[in-house]
Design a protein around this ligand. Structure first.
Ligand SMILES: [Zn+2]
Length: 483
């Protein structure tokens, strides 16, 4: 392809283009793992590949650096596959079509996979001999990061010698991440009894909210569409007898939902006009509470002509409204040591109706395991009184900020030497593979860093080419100075 030809660091971009020609969606990392193994074999490097297609490649220290502490670099091989509606692209077969726009690199109509392909390319460049001098290197290419940190969780950490790790999965050049939250997903399933029905049907829709990431944006003050629907339904309970037919909101448990829709039945003699205007009044009051980001908020109420033969019973409807009202949402605790860092939060990301069941999907986050335990207990308690079943899964550990860190110091010094400016240190309220390694090897000294990327996980994903160059220089400088 050679779209990025001529840009520095050349070998990093050469490897990046090679990777982009190999399909590597989550759950399909076998081909990129083949490529990594072939790379290691061709260079006589020690490697290990496991069943999940995690690949570890080791390279001995250059002469004179044998006594320096080994360094582990780590990034993930899988990418999020999103494309624009009008684009023909098979992520399992087609190479990405790269283009350069000024200082930015993108892929035509699709995600680029700079997250985290640039980490893969950088580790390959290091292993390929681009570092003149280095201690023993371990480069770990993990699978399934985007779908629950699967590769990192399954990886046998006893294969690692290093106790210093540089994770290459951050997206802001000037920021060093030094801690992250853990999390878990919880599903509350309310099995409903269908009862015969003969009456009127309306659809209530909540739309126009900003949404955002359920971790990084949970403290933004943005409203949750599912919770707002809960407010409207709880108010409506005082005005009219109604039964739910379906309840659906949000699309991802790790996103703040922007939309929610409830279809419900009312008695044949119900005054729809009055009910619609009551709901509108309630929505207007809510609108006054919302922040500027959510100014697009609208609530619509519309009659539906065709009515189903059955609806959920009045008791089940009351249970659903109780869950929506009782399950707290948003920020529950702030970190004691790091200003403005959320310590504990929960997001009711998704509600869907499947047959005769309504499923509520929550994502809880904290770097402290005890808070995650508390979240489980709280949701179990709500489930117990409302007659739901709960399932908690995909739990991953957090990474607690370490006041002193040799690798953080080394990287910050290298960054200063390369750029003449200071990088900032950040702790995030979102998950990283670092949390998994922290739980496996608690004395692992870690940072997470990366070049600047924009709009990851969307077809607008762009990788900043100059940032890649500066980032690479900083890594080289860090390795040079490391002892
Ligand atoms: Zn990533």
């Amino acid at each position: 392809m050679n779209v990025i030809q001529g840009r520095k660091p050349e070998s990093v971009f050469r490897f990046f283009e090679e990777i982009c020609a190999i399909p590597h969606p989550s759950f399909h990392e076998e081909r990129i793992a083949d490529y990594l193994v072939a790379f290691a074999r061709a260079r006589g490097l020690e490697y290990d590949r496991d069943e999940l297609h995690n690949v570890l490649i080791k390279k001995p220290a250059t002469p004179g650096r044998e006594q320096d502490a080994p360094l582990l670099f780590q990034g993930h091989t899988d990418m999020v596959c999103e494309k624009n509606g009008d684009v023909e692209h098979d992520f399992l077969r087609d190479p990405l079509k790269l283009f350069v726009d000024g200082d930015l690199l993108g892929a035509e109509g699709t995600t680029l996979g700079g997250d985290d392909g640039i980490a893969v390319a950088m580790m390959l460049a290091m292993l390929d001999g681009e570092l003149v001098s280095h201690p023993a290197l371990e480069c770990l290419f993990t699978s399934g990061e985007e779908v629950g940190l699967d590769g990192a969780c399954a990886f046998d950490a006893s294969k690692l010698c290093a106790r210093t790790m540089i994770n290459l999965d951050s997206e802001d050049l000037g920021v060093v991440t030094a801690g992250c939250a853990g999390g878990l997903r919880s599903e509350l399933t309310l099995s409903c009894t269908p009862v015969p029905f003969d009456g009127k049907v309306i659809r209530i829709s909540v739309r126009g909210l900003m949404g955002g990431h359920s971790g990084q944006d949970i403290n933004s003050g943005r409203a949750n569409a599912n919770k707002l629907m809960g407010r409207l339904l709880a108010s409506l309970t005082k005005q009219a007898a109604f039964s739910l037919i379906s309840l659906c909101g949000g699309s991802k448990d790790n996103a703040i939902p922007r939309e929610c829709e409830a279809v419900l039945s009312l008695p044949q003699n119900a005054d729809l006009q009055r009910i619609a205007s009551f709901l509108q009044d309630e929505a207007d009051k809510i609108k006054c509470e919302l922040i500027e980001d959510d100014r697009g908020f609208v609530c619509t109420v519309e009659p539906i002509a065709d009515s189903p033969a059955t609806v959920f019973s009045a008791e089940d409807t009351a249970r659903a409204v109780a869950i929506l009202s009782a399950a707290a949402n948003g920020v529950f605790a702030m970190n004691r040591d790091v200003p403005n860092l959320v310590e504990f939060s929960r997001n009711l990301g998704v509600i869907h109706t499947e047959g005769n069941a309504i499923v509520f999907v929550f994502s809880s986050r904290s770097s402290m395991e005890s808070y995650l335990d508390a979240s489980i207990n709280e949701l179990d308690a709500i489930a117990a009184v409302t007659g739901c079943k709960t399932r908690h899964h995909s739990r991953y550990p957090g990474w607690v900020y370490a006041p002193a860190s040799a690798v953080r110091e080394a990287y910050l010094n290298a960054y200063r030497a390369v750029t003449g400016t200071e990088a900032t240190v950040n702790v995030i309220h979102a998950g990283l593979e670092c949390g998994v390694f922290y739980s496996k090897i608690p004395d692992m000294d870690m940072i997470s860093v990366g070049p600047t990327m924009h709009d990851i996980h969307s077809p607008n994903e762009r990788l900043d080419l100059s940032a890649v160059e500066t980032f690479w220089k900083t890594l080289v400088e860090t390795v040079d100075r490391w002892s």
